[in-house]
Design a protein around this ligand. Structure first.
Ligand SMILES: Cc1ncc(COP(=O)(O)O)c(C=O)c1O
Length: 374
């Protein structure tokens, strides 16, 4: 089965990991700091690494101070972790509908829902296309909320020339194998605000405070460290950071190939009846993680099944988050975000990954055209 996404690992990646394995450090060594600096060079803001994109979100919400009774506004068109990791901290999740064009959170919907209880507003750069951060920033400033960007899909993207880590107060990344780069499991939190980044760093390291100037009992002894707020062990090991730095060296090539494949899909599928293609807004230079088409006329399920039967591993990204039984059990009702629900009913992700060959892409296009009868 041709997958919808997969990693690209070459000899330079293998050598970087082998070198780390032979070094003195397996967990927190020099390659962690190196990978964090390398992420900063791409994302435009300092970063701390964590164990995956889900724990990156948990860390970002904790750094934002999200706690019991706070409201967090987010999009339903995302992987469940964008919402569930805030719910784990006791927040009430408020879903704002998405824009029809991009499937990103709609600032107009956020405007209606934001109030003094809103602790954080979390956007997702769906498929690698950044959300409307300037409009969201105005709302977050009006209500005093922290703006969070879930950039699991969009590392390497820029928005009006600004890199993706500079668009929100806190930005999270995932390095899962299908994403724009991989460390197997892995993630990071970047922040333009030093106070929030420090809170993220402490949360990721069990809440341990090692800076003497911040300690409550600084004279306890040279061995002393103390915890002021609960945290977790979300440290990404040196061995995986070695892979991350090696992958980042290849990011420009990854971007070029993903852009080439996206342009080919745009061209080869243009005008196919029953199909709507993704758009790109002006000022956006995306590194596309997904190529999401919309299958019209109620045929999405049929097309999904026939593509799979033909050995093409299409995917659906995503069911509206509040359809998950855990949210339904909390009283969230279907119909709440109609634009997201219509998008979901039509959405299909076609294979998109760096090592996808032109010939395999042609087969995807031909199979899809045949099913749609064009
Ligand atoms: C938008 C989004 N947020 C968060 C995550 C969670 O990332 P991870 O799988 O690394 O935990 C994912 C990955 O599936 C995602 O697509």
């Amino acid at each position: 089965m041709l997958p919808y996404g997969r990693q690209s690992i070459d000899q330079s990646d293998v050598e970087a990991v082998v070198a780390a394995l032979g070094s003195d450090w397996l967990t927190t060594g020099p390659r962690v700091a190196q990978f964090e600096a390398d992420i900063e060079a791409v994302a435009g803001a300092p970063a701390v690494t964590v164990t995956n994109g889900t724990t990156a979100l948990h860390t970002a919400y904790a750094a934002a101070g999200v706690t019991q009774g706070d409201e967090v506004i987010t999009t339903p068109m995302t992987f469940v972790a964008t919402a569930s990791s805030a719910a784990l901290l006791g927040a009430k999740i408020v879903f704002a509908d998405v824009e029809d064009e991009t499937a990103n959170i709609d600032p107009a919907a956020v405007e209606e829902l934001a109030n003094e209880r809103t602790k954080a507003i979390a956007a997702v750069d769906y498929a690698g296309h950044p959300a409307e951060y300037d409009a969201l920033r105005k709302i977050s400033e009006r209500v005093g909320a922290v703006l969070i960007g879930d950039a699991a899909h969009s590392i390497g993207t820029t928005f009006h020339g600004r890199p993706v880590g500079t668009l929100a107060d806190l930005t999270t990344f995932s390095f899962f194998p299908t994403k724009n780069l991989t460390t197997a499991e892995g993630g990071a939190v970047a922040s333009i605000r030093p106070d929030l980044l420090q809170r993220a760093r402490t949360f990721r390291t069990i809440g341990l405070v090692r800076d003497k100037s911040l300690m409550r009992f600084p004279d306890e002894g040279p061995w002393h460290q103390e915890v002021h707020e609960f945290g977790n062990n979300y440290r990404l090991p040196d061995v995986l950071c070695a892979l991350g730095s090696s992958q980042l060296k290849r990011l420009a090539a990854f971007k070029a190939r993903r852009q080439q494949l996206t342009a080919r899909y745009d061209e080869l599928l243009a005008g196919v009846p029953g199909l709507r293609l993704p758009i790109q807004r002006e000022g956006v230079d995306p590194l596309r993680h997904l190529y999401p088409v919309r299958v019209l006329d109620g045929r999405r399920r049929e097309v999904f099944e026939r593509m799979r039967e033909a050995g093409i591993g299409v995917q659906v990204n995503y069911i509206p988050v509040y359809w998950h039984p855990v949210f339904a059990d909390l009283g969230y009702q279907r119909g709440m975000c109609p634009v997201a629900e219509t998008f979901y009913a039509e959405q299909l992700s076609l294979p998109l990954f760096v090592d996808l060959s032109d010939a395999d892409q042609d087969r995807v296009v031909e199979t899809l055209r045949n099913i749609l009868g064009s």
